[in-house]
Design a protein around this ligand. Structure first.
Ligand SMILES: Nc1ncnc2c1ncn2[C@@H]1O[C@H](COP(=O)(O)OP(=O)(O)OP(=O)(O)O)[C@@H](O)[C@H]1O
Ligand SMILES: [Mg+2]
Length: 298
């Protein structure tokens, strides 16, 4: 009997604990009732845009995933995309180098410009576009080749080096910029798949920057990394932002706060708020942004 009482009071204690640590209740109004279609609060526009995006809508079949987003992304800025799972961050990111083209049922509408030119002009060479707008994925995806050949791959395809010594220089510089050179300089011929996860992710970043892109898109680049490897990638983002425009999707609000100049908050396919990162995390303008950053949902 006393054992039963003890276990009951233990259960009660666990329930009390769970209640005490449970996040506050979600806002009562349904989220869509406080979102105005196509309207973003804050500072979505820029005087010096790299990307000019207007009324962007994306559909998968009949389902609309992106709902009338207008946004400028400035030259040399680091902008973080945050928001609950499924709100359209990756879909919107993939519009920027036409990665959605490879999904049959996906249709992109609206005006999307890179340096004032239509990204979706059928005359554009998509391979060339993806060299200008490189992408780093959530899971490192090195080719089953040597470390050297992974980094040399893009420069070879795009004919960026005339001589072996030029290619060697590109490989070395890219690995240095990615903070990986010292760790791999003595084993450039070793298979990339034998590296640690964090090294593979930095290798993929080196591979992306080897073709001198103007923009780097990163979709949760640190989600598979430990804190040390994450810190290396974040240092790298700070360095790269001197010369590149960087757009990073992250589920870590701390990471967004550490690396980005502006933060964009997505919700149910809408772009709800864009502001200076500091403002988003200390004085968000929109009630949905506030609910998200205070942990009420997401
Ligand atoms: N290839 C696809 N085919 C059909 N629907 C898709 C496809 N990719 C995404 N979607 C849908 O589009 C919506 C947005 O998805 P998306 O992957 O862009 O969200 P996300 O914000 O990146 O989420 P997460 O944080 O989980 O990565 C979701 O409803 C998703 O189910
Ligand atoms: Mg995603």
């Amino acid at each position: 009997m006393s054992t039963l009482n003890a276990s009951l009071s233990n259960e009660q204690a666990q329930r009390d604990l769970a209640e005490a640590s449970a996040p506050a209740a979600a806002p009562e109004k349904p989220a869509e009732s406080v979102i105005e279609y196509g309207k973003t609060v804050g500072t979505p526009f820029s005087d010096d845009p790299k990307f000019t995006l207007r009324d962007v809508e994306v559909f998968y079949g009949d389902t609309q995933a992106i709902k009338g987003i207008s946004l400028d992304i400035a030259k040399n800025e680091v902008i973080a995309f945050i928001g609950p799972s499924g709100c359209g961050k990756s879909t919107f990111l993939r519009c920027l180098n036409r990665m959605n083209d490879s999904i049959d049922i996906c249709r992109v509408k609206g005006q999307l410009q890179l340096d004032g030119k239509d990204l979706y002009d059928p005359k554009n060479d998509v391979v060339e576009l993806r060299a200008r707008v490189g992408m780093v994925f959530q899971k490192p995806n090195p080719f089953p080749k040597s470390i050297y050949d992974n980094v040399a791959y893009g420069p070879r395809i795009h004919g960026l080096a005339n001589r072996k010594s030029e290619l060697d220089d590109i490989v070395e510089n890219s690995l240095r910029k990615a903070g990986l050179w010292d760790e791999v300089k003595d084993r450039l011929d070793a298979p990339a798949t034998g590296m640690s996860g964090g090294q593979q992710q930095r290798l993929c970043i080196a591979r992306t920057i080897a073709v001198s892109p103007e923009v780097v898109l990163m979709d949760e680049p640190c989600s598979a990394l430990d804190p040390i490897a994450t810190a290396r990638v974040e240092e790298l983002i700070a360095e790269l932002s001197q010369s590149y425009t960087i757009i990073i999707v992250t589920h870590s609000m701390q990471q967004a706060a550490r690396v980005s100049h502006r933060t964009a908050y997505f919700h149910l396919g809408h772009l709800v708020e864009v502001n200076e990162t500091n403002k988003v995390f200390t004085a968000p303008e929109h009630e949905l942004t506030e609910s998200y950053i205070t942990g009420r949902f997401g």
